[in-house]
Design a protein around this ligand. Structure first.
Ligand code: ADP
Length: 474
């Protein structure tokens, strides 16, 4: 039985949504997130299908699906997972109903979502139009303004000349942050604090962006001092209903990239939390957001918050939300794509109750003693931490596995859950200490330093945390 009939209430608010069960899901991704989605499929009685690159022939995600197909033979490792025509062909030849994009790769490509729909399949995510609008920084900011959500002051569009950059800075004042218009993942950013450095920094940032992303256009925003990065998890159904699953604090960042995530945000005053979650829901309703998504905010010391972006997909850190709400986000995504409403899923706002604190540590094969350079090779020994309150999401790492240089360096996500932040950190600390990994260096020593830091343990966090604590690197 694939439909949990007891949830269906004929008098619920939507009658116009058609329910069409999904029988098979292809995941256009690899590694831990592919396996995460396969697990949800299996639990729902849905067939799971993997695609894999030539380089991933021996990779575990291939083994964890009911079926698997190679794509992109002869292509570079990343290109294989970006090969839309071949992925669609695999779907058509193998009687697949729906596609889950995971995160990264094609997950934010509206042309992919559209290609999936054009092939008569269902895309497990928002509509192509929403994916496109939310992926476009300018359109997303306009939508936020329309929905009455505060945004960081910034340029109206991409800036290409140092003169434009200078005039923005003269008008709005310093500090500012330059962001590569076509960048992402925390890369291609630069903070400028002195007027005489604006032009030179702009030129440098722009040429770096051109080298890294193929385009030198930049956005300029007012730089918020000592912000917290707080993001709201949302779920929307096909009938236009939207709920939030509270927030995550992702302030523990290194070079603008998240390292440790916490849910809920510690020490966030209730009235700010309410305003943020309301703003996020308002924005999602305004754009007709369907399926899972995240609205990211920066929050300053005075409690003002500013919209930065929408991630129209599942995120790496969705796990902490699952742990502290008890709601399976991936199963919810699939059910929503089938046409179930939030009410039918039991996901009304009052049913979403936060419990305790969850923490996620991203264990990577990076060497903290060598500027976090990716480390590759054969895992000679691999034993993981386990026990109460610990969840592991990995690409089924095992002794003998080869850590390749082809993809990102995420080895395993360790998630802890307990009644308060300190107990959750204690569980995480204990679990990380149980790990035995030989053959490849990992960032575990660094993560342990974070977990033992008094500010961290008291939830006193902002995005300067890692940079201001050089002792974390010892
Ligand atoms: P990306 O899309 O590359 O992930 P984001 O816009 O989400 O980039 O920003 C990533 C991080 O960079 C934020 O979490 C924050 O730490 C920092 N950041 C971005 N914009 C600003 C800003 N205007 N002021 C201060 N910090 C910022």
């Amino acid at each position: 039985p694939r439909v949990r009939l007891y949830f269906i209430n004929k008098n619920a608010y939507s009658t116009q949504v058609e329910y069409k069960p999904i029988r098979s899901v292809l995941v256009a991704n690899r590694g831990e997130i592919a396996i995460r989605v396969f697990r949800a499929c299996t639990e729902l009685g849905i067939k799971s299908v993997a695609v894999y690159s030539e380089q991933d022939k021996m990779h575990m995600h291939r083994q964890k699906a009911d079926e698997s197909y190679m794509v992109g033979k002869g292509l570079a490792p990343v290109e294989a997972y970006l090969n839309i025509p071949e992925i669609i062909r695999v779907c058509k030849e193998n009687d697949i109903d729906a596609v889950h994009p995971g995160y990264g790769f094609l997950s934010e490509r509206s042309d992919f979502a559209q290609a999936v729909i054009d092939a008569g399949l269902r895309f497990i995510g928002p509509s192509p139009k929403v994916v496109q609008n939310m992926g476009d920084k300018v359109a997303a900011r306009v939508a936020a303004i329309e929905a009455g959500v505060p945004i960081v002051p910034g340029t109206d569009g991409p800036v290409t000349s140092k003169e434009e950059a200078l005039s923005f800075c003269q008008k709005h004042g310093l500090p500012v942050i330059f962001k590569a218009a076509y960048g992402g993942g925390g890369r291609g950013m630069r903070v400028v604090r002195k007027m005489e450095e604006v032009e030179e920094n702009f030129e440098r940032a722009s040429s770096e962006a051109k080298a890294a992303f193929g385009n030198g256009a930049m956005f300029i925003e007012k730089f918020i001092e000592r912000p917290r990065h707080i993001e709201v998890q949302l779920l929307g159904d096909k009938a236009g209903n939207v709920v939030h699953l509270y927030e995550r604090d992702c302030s523990v960042q290194r070079r603008h990239q998240k390292v440790v995530e916490i849910a809920p945000a510690p020490r966030l005053p209730i009235e700010i939390r309410d305003k943020m979650t309301e703003a996020a829901v308002r924005l999602a309703r305004h754009v007709g957001y369907e399926n899972a998504g995240t609205v990211e905010f920066l929050c300053d010391e005075s409690g003002n918050f500013y919209f930065i972006e929408v991630n129209a997909r599942l995120q790496v850190e969705h796990t902490v939300t699952e742990e502290f709400t008890g709601i399976d986000l991936v199963q919810s995504q699939i059910r929503i794509a089938e046409g179930m409403t939030l009410k039918e899923l039991g996901l009304t706002q009052e049913n979403i109750v936060p419990r305790g604190f969850a923490i996620q540590c991203r264990v990577t094969t990076e060497d903290p003693a060598n500027d976090f350079q990716p480390n590759t090779g054969r895992l000679e020994v691999f034993r993981s931490g386990e026990g109460m309150g610990i969840r592991l999401d990995s690409a089924s790492t095992y002794a003998g596995a080869i850590i390749s240089p082809y993809y990102d360096s995420l080895l395993v996500k360790v998630i802890s859950h307990a009644s308060d932040l300190q107990s959750s950190a204690a569980k995480m600390n204990r679990a990380l200490r149980e790990f035995r990994i030989r053959g490849v260096k990992t960032n575990i020593p660094f993560l342990l330093n974070v977990l033992e830091n008094q500010k961290f343990l008291h939830g006193v966090l902002d995005t300067y945390f890692i940079d201001e604590h050089p002792q974390l690197f010892k």
